[in-house]
Write a protein that binds this ligand. Structure first.
Ligand SMILES: Cc1cc2nc3c(=O)[nH]c(=O)nc-3n(C[C@H](O)[C@H](O)[C@H](O)COP(=O)(O)OP(=O)(O)OC[C@H]3O[C@@H](n4cnc5c(N)ncnc54)[C@H](O)[C@@H]3O)c2cc1C
Length: 417
């Protein structure tokens, strides 16, 4: 397979001011579109090709209000809304007896955002639509089936080493290099930046089922508390409509045994005994890390998204906060490349976004997991009473939702000099 589209000669002449972005994940694509739409040329490198780009495993999918505002800015929201589910409600439930602990309504945010709801729309749909926008943009030199292998930099620019779609080694130059490569970032490793944090010993089992759980009182997003088998349950638009159920596993559980069809059915029957086999659409097992890069920038090389921070998916914050990195960084690179600001402003990017990664994303996702898995009955009761009180008081509910939807993190970051 050849390149999807090579840059024009004019773009090549502008290479001294172009930004090289590695990775056409949600972060790399949003960054590329935000830059190109302001006239900054981008060279976007992606290892996957057009023949396998859509074969990625299911991951993120809950898009919070602040992220929807950013999608709207780059013309992505209108593409995604018809492919997703608008979900104003969030449930905390007790697994035992399937009882509702608290219901939060994003309607409390109606004066804070144009989008007082989350959009349930999977990462794969986001990258598919964003890739189509990138392909159509004359200032994005998109190179699929191309692998980034390393880079060098000096005071004037960067040179990225790639293996192109024909298998040949090639060097490309630019003004800045942004790693949107995901958690295994070569840029982060080459720079010797420590990925501080830890990895949970237990893995999470994800099962996708075609079954309408709403008939049992669930809403589109549910966090389900249980000392032995906490769970998350989310609704995705089909066809066929699917629900994703997450379960914890023990560290030494055998993967083959866990993902055997009979074991998946048994797990689902314990969760919701229907007496009939569920229509299982897919399953996978994933490892959960809580890590933040010690630095987000060295010279002209910058980290964004999962290459800078990874966290538990409980709370749906990884992709959302990565996209917030992308827009924050785009604004700063535009200022620098237009000659309006000094590149010291990139230090502010690090201060703002690292603060959010540590104080918001990591802190909240760890708290969320503790809340669902708490074993002490007295602490569980106290936590659940507090959730109930918070949901029932409009002021407290709004404060809770501002935090959970990452609006508070953006406002706080704005205050950081
Ligand atoms: C089960 C699960 C559920 C999740 N749910 C949510 C959720 O609901 N909400 C949320 O906000 N987050 C969620 N997350 C996290 C979310 O998926 C990630 O935070 C997000 O995908 C990160 O985006 P990214 O663009 O930084 O990196 P990635 O999505 O990992 O994309 C990186 C891209 O770079 C490419 N690439 C990598 N290396 C190279 C190379 N050397 N050369 C060229 N290209 C390269 C890859 O092919 C890929 O396309 C979830 C994660 C998991 C595992």
């Amino acid at each position: 397979m050849g390149y999807v589209r090579r840059g024009t000669l004019e773009q090549m002449d502008k290479s001294s001011e172009r930004v090289i972005v590695i990775g056409a994940g949600p972060v790399g694509l949003c960054l590329s579109l935000a830059l190109a739409q302001e006239g900054i040329p981008v060279c976007l490198i992606e290892a996957l090709g057009s023949d396998n780009f859509l074969e990625q495993v299911p991951r993120a999918g809950t898009n919070h209000p602040a992220t929807l505002e950013l999608f709207e800015r780059i013309g992505l929201y209108d593409k995604l809304e018809p492919r997703g589910i608008i979900a104003p409600l969030l449930h905390y439930r007790e697994r035992d007896g399937n009882t509702l602990i608290a219901e939060f309504d994003h309607g409390h945010l109606k004066n804070d955002t144009r989008f007082p709801y989350v959009l349930q729309c999977e990462r794969i749909k986001i990258v598919e639509e964003a890739l189509a926008l990138a392909l159509a943009h004359p200032d994005i030199d998109l190179r699929l089936s191309t692998t980034f292998t390393g880079f060098s930099q000096n005071g004037d620019g960067v040179i990225a080493q790639i293996t192109n779609a024909d298998g040949e080694a090639e060097s490309i130059s630019g003004a800045y290099l942004v790693s949107g490569e995901g958690a295994r970032s070569i840029v982060r490793k080459d720079l010797g930046i420590e990925f501080e944090g830890f990895t949970y010993p237990d893995r999470t089992l994800n099962i996708e089922v075609a079954y309408d759980f709403r008939q049992h009182g669930y809403t589109e997003r549910n966090y389900i508390s249980d000392p032995d088998e906490w769970s998350n349950l989310f609704h995705w638009k089909g066809p066929p409509d699917r629900w994703r159920v997450h379960f914890p596993t023990a560290p030494d559980d055998d993967e083959t045994a866990l993902t055997r069809p009979s074991a998946l059915q048994a797990r689902l029957q314990r969760f919701l005994p229907t007496g009939k086999d569920f229509d299982i659409v897919g399953s996978n097992l994933y490892i959960v890390h809580q890590r933040v890069a010690q630095k987000f920038r060295v010279g002209r090389a910058i980290l964004a998204g999962d290459s800078a921070h990874v966290n538990s998916p409980i709370g749906a914050m990884g992709m959302n906060s990565g996209i917030h990195d992308a827009f924050n960084l785009a604004e700063k690179l535009i200022g620098i490349l237009r000659g309006e600001t000094d590149d010291d402003v990139l230090e502010r990017y690090e201060r703002q976004r690292r603060h959010v990664a540590v104080q918001h994303t990591q802190a909240q996702t760890m708290r969320n997991k503790r809340l669902l898995a708490e074993r002490d009955p007295a602490v569980r009761r106290k936590n659940h009473d507090e959730l109930r009180r918070t949901a029932e008081d409009p002021k407290l509910a709004r404060a809770f939702l501002l935090r959970s939807s990452l609006i508070e993190s953006l406002r706080e970051a704005e205050q950081i000099a």
